[in-house]
Each structure stands twice: as C-alpha cells, then as structure tokens.
Design a protein around this ligand. Structure first.
Ligand SMILES: Cc1ncc(COP(=O)(O)O)c(C=O)c1O
Length: 570
C-alpha cells in the first residue's frame, strides 16, 4: 500500500487524496496539511515510474471488442438526427430583469435537456470534419440550466451565488444570470465581468476573505455591499475602504474529506469569534451573518451538518451580544458529477436536514451558497488530438530507467548510457502526446486533484474505443501514457490510460471538464488554451473558434434571444 509510504502516487482518487491529507493533518496539524510542491514532485516521479511498468501489447481480443463497440456507436449515430440539439437551443424571450427575484422550484419550468453523450460526440466530429486541429471545448449551456433545476428541486430555500472563479465563460455566466442567480466574485475583475453582463450589484457577493484594497475600493464604488472576512486586520481594512459593507464571518470547518481543502488558509476558529464580533462592533461594522466552505469537491454530507451546527453557535453568540444575524452562507463543495462515493442528492439531503434543525424557515434567516463545480463541470467536454507518439522499451531494471518530474522525466538517455546491452527489454510503453496538457486545461490534475476520464473520438476510418462509456480495455490491453504538449517532463495528463492503438491525428475527448480547467491554464511554451464551440450556437460553421471570438458570437446570439445585459449597466 503506497499510503504506508510518505508520498502517494498521482493522479490519485479523491479518497486517496483525503486519506493523505488526514495523515498529514495528524502529523503536522490542520494549517500545514496541504501537500507542498516539493511533496507533489515525488508523487509525479512515482506516476512516471508506473508508466514504465506497462505490460507488453497483446491486442487482438481487445481490438475485436473495440471494432464491435465502434460499429454499434456508428449505428446509434446514424439513428440520431444530426441537428437535433438545435431544437433545444436557449430560447428565453425575456431580457434579464434588473433584479430578478430568486425563483424557488415551484415557479420554474422544466429546463432544456442537456446534450446526450452522442450529441456531444457528433459535435466534436463536426468540429474535426470542419478542419479543427487545435484542442477545443464543446460547451453545453443546457447542462448548467439542468443543474439549476436540480438545485432548486433539492435545495429550494438556498440561493445559489455561482462561484465565477470556477469557470468564467461569459455565455455560461449570462445563462446563469438570466436564470436569476447571483455570483460569488473573488476580485475586481470578476465583479466587473458580472456587472458588464447586467448582473445587479445587489446580486454579487465579494466572497474573498482577504481582499486587495484597490479591488475592495472598486467593489465599494460599484455598490457591491456584501463581503466576507475572517480576521481583525481585514476588519480594519474594511472600516477604512468600505465601511458600509455588510459582512459575513467566515468560520473554519472540517474540510478533511474534500478534494481541495480551504480551511488551512481561511476561516476563523470558533475561539476567535467573540473577539472578532467585538472588534467589528468597535469599528462600527455590520456583521450580517456567517459563511463557511466545507472544501471544494467535498465527499460527505456530514461536513455540512457539522458546519451548519458551528454556524448556529455563532448566530447564538451574536444574538446574545445584541447583534442578531440574518444571513447564512453555506459556501461551495457540491459535486460536479455524481460518483459512487458522493452524490448531490445525498449531500443536499444532509444540508437540508441540518438547516431544518438549526435554521428552520420560521427563523427568517436568508440562506445562500457559493457553488462552482456543481454548475460548471458538466458544461464542457474537451477534445484534444494526438500530435505525436512514441514506443518506449522498458528493460528489466526498470528502476534505472526512471527519471524525475523536475526535468528528466523520460530518463531514457541516462538509462541507455548506463545499461545498454546488459538488460533485456521486458515491456513496451506507448507514449501519446496530445495538444492540451498540465499547463493548459489539465492543470486540474495538479491543482484540483482531478482524474480526467479519457475516451477515443470515433473519427471515421479509425479503429476506436466505445463511444458512450470510458474505454474498458481487456485486462491484457497495453497501458498508455498520455502527455501534454509542452517540453516539461511534469506535463503528464494520464499515466496509465487504457487506450486502443492510436495514430497521430486521432482525437481523444474528456467529459465533465468545465470546472477549474481552462480558467487556471496558461500559455506556457506558447500553447493557446482550447478553442470553443457552443452546442447551442446556430449556423452551419461548426469550426471551433478562439474563446473570445466564440463567446462574443454566443453572447450576440443570446442577446438576440432576449438574454441581454441590463441596459442601464451596459
Ligand atoms: C470562497 C469560495 N467560494 C466558492 C468556491 C467554489 O467551490 P466549489 O467549486 O467547490 O463549489 C470556492 C472554491 O475554491 C471558494 O474558494
């Protein structure tokens, strides 16, 4: 078991990561329980080592199953009308109201259906047929509206403020704004974008507990009057720069079961609360409520139960001190995609019952949330093409062939120099190089601890894997290593993918890539972030466009359909 070692391997599952964090927590305490960059590097080394342990290729049975799956997928595609999704285009006739009321479940119509996997595949194939060579996203805005309907069904009394940091695609923001959502903004730039899209300042929450003074000034000038704090110095800053702002006190909660922890950096311990409330009072600031975040990609409803109980204790203390509170912000942490371990329904049930216990409706507390990945994850499907491949021969003394993630990850030349001729070749590994990587969309592997699902796009004339589920190769199928396009040895997307034989020019696709992906990607090595094609966009030109161009065209289309920025804020 690698958890008995100091460093687990990467990419790791949520469960594995949380176990590692709990181990670090025990060893070093909560404030330093996040793995450091130095600790992550050996994890990558381990991942690279595993790449070299790939068994030799034995592919005939596997290829037969791939061919059968491809034939059935092609039959399914032929049966579906190629343009069916146009019928599900965004067609809302009303302009964005200045301050749309939050609409609970009962007043909401059924949302447009999100695209099927097959429709997404068709769109990607159309992009490829139109000549796409760069990586691109297919964006399905209906997936976000469907998530909203689910939210409103299961958490009807919790107002979502979408966390724009998760994916700031303007068409996605406008779609959510039009549906009446508020936004959790982390900076002046996110506030500006939301305002430009017509979201009234009253629907914005500046949810960054530590704010750059110039950004806070911009919030004050823009009329954004709700923010979060977790320390005395921030209170002094607020008193100077934005004294009229209503405040939420962010408390630390148990986030040890989350994919990404946050309480190591933010959140006041309960023991500090009394003093912070007293300081706010001295400074003449209004603390309107409490906020918390159970960690992004939380794995259990229990974290919400515990956090709501803590928040209730703070409400009680404030009331005792003569300053009753009126807002509870339950943060984010909701799953982007359900898994066997965690589902939105279970989490929402746990949260609802905790709210019912501590904040029953009669109490009149306004409950808001800051979900990010819940809305964004299913909206984006990424297509990337194989730009190169290489077969690497592994020798008996595999240890000698290992490099490290700091620059000599391949390590092959070092190995050859030391051992050529003296060790037998025992296995082969297939390296596929694709045109998006760890420095682009797949930064989520590193920062978000994500494990992307890889699929082969069944482009005509190729032998490909099943199209409607992840490739499940036979046990003896060769493992492949999927690398990104930069020259860095750390740029490994998936170290042990089960893939059929691919050619340069084959395409892979990765579903549910909408959360914490391109927004944190870079142009390292001069690689552009992926282009975009919106599934709901009209017209015959399906060539994926650069993000700005695609978004501008989609915004124009949404405006034509009545989803417009509020006129007074243009
Ligand atoms: C303050 C704050 N709110 C909301 C979110 C969104 O969280 P999630 O995507 O898990 O819903 C984050 C994510 O880091 C955050 O830091």
């Amino acid at each position: 078991m690698y958890f008995s070692d100091l460093f687990p391997r990467l990419p790791m599952t949520v469960d594995e990561y949380s176990k590692w964090r709990q181990q670090l927590w025990k060893q070093r305490g909560p404030n330093v329980a996040t793995p450091t960059y130095g600790e992550l590097l050996p994890c990558y080394k381990d991942a690279l080592d595993r790449c070299r342990a790939v068994p030799p290729a034995e592919d005939s049975a596997y290829l037969r199953s791939v061919a059968a799956a491809t034939a059935s997928a092609q039959a399914m595609r032929a049966a579906e009308s190629p343009m069916d999704y146009h019928a599900r285009a965004v067609t809302s006739p009303n302009p964005l109201p200045a301050a749309p009321p939050y609409r609970p479940a009962s007043s909401v119509q059924l949302p447009p259906r999100p695209a099927t996997r097959q429709t997404l595949i068709d769109e990607m194939l159309r992009g490829v047929a139109a000549g796409a060579e760069e990586p691109f996203y297919v964006v399905d805005l209906n997936a976000a509206t469907e998530r909203l309907a689910l939210w409103r069904a299961l958490l009807p009394d919790v107002e979502p403020f979408y966390a724009a940091k998760c994916n700031g695609d303007p068409a996605l923001l406008l779609t959510l704004a039009h549906a009446g959502l508020g936004f959790d903004c982390a900076s002046a730039s996110e506030i500006r974008t939301a305002l430009q899209l017509g979201v009234p300042a009253s629907r914005l929450l500046y949810a960054n507990p530590i704010k750059q003074p110039s950004h806070l000034r911009y919030a004050a000038e823009s009329g954004v009057n709700l923010t979060v704090f977790d320390g005395a110095d921030e209170l002094h800053k607020l008193a100077k720069v934005h004294p009229g702002c209503a405040l939420l006190l962010r408390i630390a909660v148990d986030d040890s079961g989350a994919q990404c922890i946050l309480s190591n950096k933010y959140g006041a311990p309960l023991s500090d609360v009394a003093q912070l409330l007293a300081t706010a009072e001295e400074l003449g600031l209004h603390v309107a409520g409490v906020s918390f975040h159970v960690g992004s990609g939380s794995s259990s409803g229990d974290a919400f139960k515990d956090a709501v109980a803590r928040a209730a204790a703070v409400f009680e203390l404030a009331a005792k001190n003569g300053h009753p509170m009126s807002i509870l912000d339950v943060g984010g942490g909701f799953p982007g995609v359900d898994s066997p371990e965690v589902s939105f329904r279970t989490m929402a049930d746990a949260l609802r019952s905790a709210l019912q216990k501590h904040f029953p409706k009669e109490r009149g507390v306004r409950v808001i949330a800051e979900p990010g990945r819940f809305f964004a994850s299913p909206t984006h499907t990424l297509a990337a093409s194989v730009i190169g491949k290489k077969i690497v021969q592994l020798r008996a003394d595999e240890g000698a062939a290992t490099g490290n993630a700091t620059g000599n990850a391949e390590g092959d030349s070092r190995y050859d120099a030391a051992a050529e001729g003296s060790l037998a070749v025992t296995a082969e590994r297939i390296n596929y190089y694709i045109n998006d990587g760890l420095y682009g969309s797949f930064n989520c592997v590193l920062y978000d601890h994500a494990t992307p699902e890889v699929n082969v796009l069944p482009t005509p004339g190729e032998t490909t894997a099943a199209v409607d589920e992840p490739p499940t190769a036979a046990d003896d199928a060769p493992l492949a290593c999927v690398w990104g396009p930069t020259c860095d040895g750390i740029d490994c997307v998936i170290s042990d993918a089960k893939l059929p034989p691919l050619q340069v020019g084959s395409w892979l696709y990765f579903p549910d890539m909408g959360a914490y992906t391109a927004c944190a990607g870079s142009n390292f090595n001069g690689m552009d972030l992926p282009n975009i094609v919106y599934l709901q966009a009209r017209g015959n030109d399906r060539t994926p466009k650069p993000p700005d161009e695609a978004a501008a065209a989609m915004l124009a289309q949404l405006a034509e359909e009545g989803v417009t920025p509020a006129p007074e804020l243009k």
